[in-house]
Design a protein around this ligand. Structure first.
Ligand code: NAD
Ligand code: UDP
Length: 343
């Protein structure tokens, strides 16, 4: 891990850090990352985006690359790197988020959370930067309690197909905590629950992208298992509000470094989601059932008391309201794909 040459990143035209806020976003060409980069650029920050484009797409940041306050570097965070100049904040969003994607190369997924996390913690220490880790509701595994509060320790299969992601994220939480306790790194940990919205990869295999794409393409919606399993879906704008609030929350003596659930407590079964998508798209698609993936959690719903108390944050966008721009976005993606194919 350490015998590789250190990749040195430099802001191309040496744009000065006028705001005193240069922010590194890893995974910045992915779904949440690209939306976050755009939000930070709009707020006047200088943004360095690092992404290996494993699941991210260049088109997600195409509107940003000509902005002098934005710099994109294709790099894998598993490989050590350094940055010339100041960095005040680091959002570590690098890691494939979709189960079929993170299971393609389980070893690399695990290394991304652990080696990548360590590289970023060392960078944060060198730069005296605050660093936020994007953890996940998957640390609760297949939970036996509902809703899940941060005190619940979870039920995760250490050797199942999801373990590379779940255990990688659990280990990263431990790593971040140790680096805070032992080395004084200023950390934040967000346990993100299912998040959706414009910017998702239509092909990434998650339930909202699959259902909306299928409904808009007159294909049957693929329900895995009997569809009674539940998820809680948070709209991207709410998630960005939560992530930035957590990053900027004043240090109150250590508690801001604790994991914080960020998600929408509205809970829907997968079958209910299918019915809603069919209704809102006006689609004539039907539904078809496929096998439930191994270790697929039966239920998931965040207890957001801590986020409410610590950050005064709660999501504002209902699933129905969030699906409106999401459906419009996926329709645009279908049109774009059709044009590329010359249809
Ligand atoms: P995504 O797959 O769309 O984006 C992840 C990005 O990270 C991609 O651009 C990918 O190319 C990049 N990446 C992956 N491994 C990398 C590596 N080793 N080095 C550099 N870049 C790398 O996923 P997302 O939904 O945007 O998720 C962002 C983060 O939030 C992830 O860490 C994910 O685990 C976490 N999260 C997301 C959700 C969700 O519902 N979207 C839920 C829980 C946690
Ligand atoms: N799912 C489904 N059909 C699909 C994709 C997913 O029924 O086409 C189910 C999946 O089995 C899970 C839920 O939808 O129960 C959410 O899956 P997703 O991959 O979006 O995220 P997860 O929360 O499992 O990480």
């Amino acid at each position: 891990m350490t015998d590789k040459p250190v990749f040195k990143l430099q802001f191309p035209a040496a744009v000065p850090d006028e705001t005193g806020r240069t922010i590194l976003v890893t995974g910045g060409a992915g779904f949440i990352g690209a939306n976050l980069c755009r939000r930070l650029i709009d707020a006047g920050d200088r943004v360095i985006c690092i992404d290996n484009l494993e699941t991210g797409r260049p088109e997600n940041v195409a509107d940003l690359v000509h902005n002098p306050r934005f710099a994109f570097f294709r790099h894998d965070i598993v490989d050590p790197f350094d940055i010339d100049g100041p960095v005040g904040r680091i959002y570590n969003l690098a890691c494939p988020g979709s189960p079929p994607k993170y299971q393609l190369d389980p070893l690399h997924t695990f290394k991304t959370s652990v080696y990548g996390g360590m590289n970023l913690l060392e960078l944060a220490k060198r730069k005296s930067a605050r660093i936020l880790q994007s953890s996940t509701s998957e640390v609760y595994g297949d939970p036996e309690v509902t809703p899940q509060s941060e005190d619940y320790r979870g039920l995760v299969n250490t050797v199942g197909p999801r373990a590379c992601y779940d255990e990688g994220k659990r280990a990263s939480e431990t790593l971040f905590h140790i680096m805070q306790e032992q080395q004084g790194v200023d950390i934040r940990i967000a346990r993100i629950f299912n998040t959706y919205g414009p910017g998702m990869d239509p092909e990434d295999g998650r339930v909202i992208s699959n259902f909306v794409m299928q409904a808009c393409s007159a294909e049957d919606l693929t329900i895995y298992g009997d569809g009674s399993q539940t998820r809680s879906f948070c709209y991207i704008d709410d998630m960005l509000d939560g992530l930035t609030a957590l990053m900027e929350a004043p240090d109150d003596g250590g508690t801001v470094g604790c994991p914080v659930n960020l998600g929408n407590p509205g809970e829907f079964s997968v079958s209910e989601l299918a019915t809603l998508v069919l209704d809102m798209t006006g689609s004539r698609s039907g539904t078809t059932h496929r096998d439930l993936p191994v270790d697929d959690p039966r239920q998931r719903r965040p207890d957001i008391t801590r986020a409410l108390q610590m950050l005064n944050w709660a999501p504002k966008v209902s699933l129905r309201d969030g699906l409106v721009p999401t459906i419009a976005y996926f329709r645009g993606e279908i049109e774009r794909q059709e044009k590329l194919k010359g249809n």
